[in-house]
Design a protein around this ligand. Structure first.
Ligand code: COA
Length: 265
């Protein structure tokens, strides 16, 4: 696939999506949005991909937000097209878990994209925030929705009303990022997390993602029903039989070896 502002590759069941506009701090312009939609097309249909890692080229930013030059020209009609919100919803809805690997700035739409991912790994240089009110708008690509879910409504009010930057230590402390590492280790840490997820039951991880997303969107009652249905499907899956069988078999082997050892003493 040929992209303008994105690099896309799949290696060992892990997809890498790199926002690639470093001279503009990976600001998300229409070309990058179109690229990301095409990457979503690929990820939605490639069952071999177990985890996707999103990162920003250049090290100075994951993404410094939506492209302000383009935003300035948009009116109400374009706002109602929910251009970024629709894309980020697709990211959240991807069947596989997603990890945002963040160094430098993740601001505005960049922070919203990172929050649409399932997990966030940050380097010590990371600075996250929703500075939209400084530009006379609000974080409307999910920012007012996903930020309070991650950090609580009180902290979300503080971050959104002031537009302040949240440094990496604070982001980890308040649950805005899941892992904090040195900048040079961010991609390795994201890879490690991806590998750990990829070793689990693939269908189980996907079902868990659906149940979690339903819970955060539709609340406990609907979430609990989806949880129940997902488990019923998993209980009859071959992967469950294989994995539980393997566990029991290894225990049995260990028991037999121990019994043999005791008998020969
Ligand atoms: N939209 C468009 N262009 C952007 C951008 C954005 N969101 N963020 C950065 N850029 C561009 C700058 O205009 C500059 O372009 P130029 O070299 O043609 O002048 C280039 O990226 C580098 O940015 P610069 O400000 O020189 O880098 P910096 O390292 O000093 O500062 C930021 C980085 C992220 C702090 C600063 O660029 C910034 O505040 N950006 C806007 C963040 C924002 O408000 N995002 C929310 C948008 S809704």
């Amino acid at each position: 696939m040929i992209f303008d502002n994105l690099l896309y590759s799949v290696d060992d069941a892990v997809a890498h999506i790199v926002l690639n506009r470093p001279e503009k701090r990976n600001a998300i312009d229409q070309a990058m949005i179109d690229d990301l939609h095409r990457a979503m097309d690929a990820l939605e249909t490639d069952a071999n991909v177990r985890v996707a890692i999103l990162s920003g080229a250049g090290g100075k930013a994951f993404a410094a937000g939506a492209d302000i030059a383009q935003l300035r020209e948009r009116g109400a009609a374009e706002a109602l097209q929910i251009i970024n919100a629709r894309l980020f919803q697709r990211v959240e809805d991807l069947p596989c878990p997603t990890i945002a690997a963040i160094t430098g700035y993740a601001l505005g739409g960049g922070c919203e994209l990172a929050m649409a991912c399932d997990l966030r790994v940050a380097g010590r240089s990371a600075k996250l925030g929703q500075p939209e009110v400084a530009l006379g708008i609000i974080p409307a690509a999910g920012g007012t929705q996903r930020l309070p879910r991650l950090v609580g409504i009180g902290r979300a009010r503080d971050i959104i009303f002031t537009g302040r930057l949240v440094d990496a230590e604070e982001a980890e402390r308040i649950g805005l990022v899941n892992r904090l590492v040195d900048d040079e280790n961010v991609l390795d840490a994201a890879e490690e997390l991806a590998a750990q997820i990829a070793r689990q039951g693939g269908l189980a991880v996907r079902m868990a993602k659906i149940a979690l997303n339903t819970s955060s969107r539709a609340g406990h009652q609907t979430g609990a029903l989806v949880e129940q249905l997902a488990q019923a499907v998993l209980f009859e899956s071959q992967d469950k039989l294989d994995r539980m069988g393997a566990f029991l078999e290894s225990k049995e082997k260990r028991r037999q070896a121990k019994a043999k050892e005791q008998a020969s003493e």
